[in-house]
Write a protein that binds this ligand. Structure first.
Ligand code: COA
Length: 308
């Protein structure tokens, strides 16, 4: 769905969307559900890493748009892929879902409990987007990304992770109706309260500050400096947020990966989608230090430092 397509639906313009957000297109997964997207990404990740299905001992899936209220999307993926040797569960951490899921996988592996985990970030946000609200509908898109995390000897891998949240900001980005607090009832006009609602400008400021702090924390905790980092793979929410982050932590934009123009904000899918594209484009070399960083509804934020 292009910005021109949105101009026909709400009072907006390609110029406004591109200049305020950096987004030109987003993907809408018509005819598919969240687990379908996840299965495609997960199948590619298993293939790319040469992992057999029975090696996967844990499936951790970050999403706020599961197929069903119950069970988890991770269990649906498990069933669709026949990953019968795994424990499967979802992580509800909005746009930070992949970072949180990765940190859980990393802890289980470091503790020696498991050897291989499949970590997925996936969203079908278009189902929960209010296409009458120009504040939100221009921003979000659908997508999926996945990685296999393995126990290996040597100094490569996840060096450290940092995750944090602040529930005082929960109403800056939320869906009010549809949960236990406000269940659906038939024949009631929800007026968009069952879709994503957002206070963009307040989120913007907190996002820049906390993404910067999280990035610097994982770098400094590892005894490194920003100069040691080869690439930052940030959550693709708004190009101006990403540019402000780069300025704040004093890293050149050449070292920051961007694909927001094609996908918009795909929440938990955003970081693994960007990581995969950066990798396929040859932007990440063996031994490089990579920082992934995200923030989202909660508010919630986190970062992971990887030696590739
Ligand atoms: N097209 C045209 N105009 C729009 C618009 C759209 N799609 N959306 C909002 N506007 C209007 C507003 O109504 C407002 O008009 P007004 O001044 O007459 O009231 C004007 O544009 C400016 O709105 P404002 O909200 O101040 O713009 P902004 O520069 O803060 O940009 C966001 C809005 C949403 C792009 C920006 O705040 C943002 O990206 N915030 C972070 C959101 C985010 O990342 N959320 C996900 C977290 S994971």
């Amino acid at each position: 769905m292009t910005n021109a397509d949105l101009e026909k639906i709400v009072d907006t313009s390609d110029e406004w969307i591109a200049s305020r957000t950096g987004i030109r297109e987003r993907r809408i997964a018509n005819g598919m559900v969240t687990s379908d997207l996840a299965v495609i990404a997960a199948t590619n990740a298993l293939e790319m890493s040469g992992t057999a299905k029975d090696e996967i001992e844990m499936i951790i899936l970050g999403t706020v748009t599961p197929d069903y209220r119950l069970p988890s999307a991770a269990c649906v993926v498990q069933q669709k892929m026949g990953l019968n040797n795994a424990a499967a569960f979802d992580v509800v951490a909005a746009c930070t879902g992949f970072i949180n899921a990765l940190s859980i996988a990393s802890s289980y592996i470091e503790n020696g409990n498991i050897k291989k985990a499949l970590v997925i970030g996936v969203e079908k946000l278009s189902t929960f987007t209010n296409f009458k609200d120009r504040n939100t509908c221009v921003i979000f898109g659908d997508g999926a990304g996945a990685v296999v995390v393995s126990a290996e000897e040597g100094d490569r891998g996840i060096i450290n992770s940092f995750i944090k949240s602040d529930g005082r900001y929960l109403k800056l980005l939320w869906s009010e109706v549809g949960g236990a607090a406000n269940p659906y009832s038939e024949s009631f006009d929800f007026n968009g309260t069952d879709k994503i609602m957002m206070n963009g400008s307040d989120i913007f400021k907190i996002a820049v500050k906390e993404m910067s702090n999280a990035t610097l924390k994982v770098i400094n905790d590892a005894g490194l400096t920003v100069d040691d980092i080869s690439i930052v793979v940030p959550h693709q929410a708004n190009i101006r947020i990403i540019e402000s982050l780069a300025k704040r932590i004093k890293i050149s934009m050449d070292k920051v990966f961007l694909n927001i123009a094609k996908y918009g904000n795909t929440s938990a899918a955003s970081v693994p989608l960007a990581l995969d594209e950066a990798n396929r484009e040859g932007r990440i070399k063996d031994g490089d230090y990579v920082v992934m960083v995200a923030f989202g509804g909660g508010l919630i934020w986190g970062a992971t430092l990887v030696k590739w």
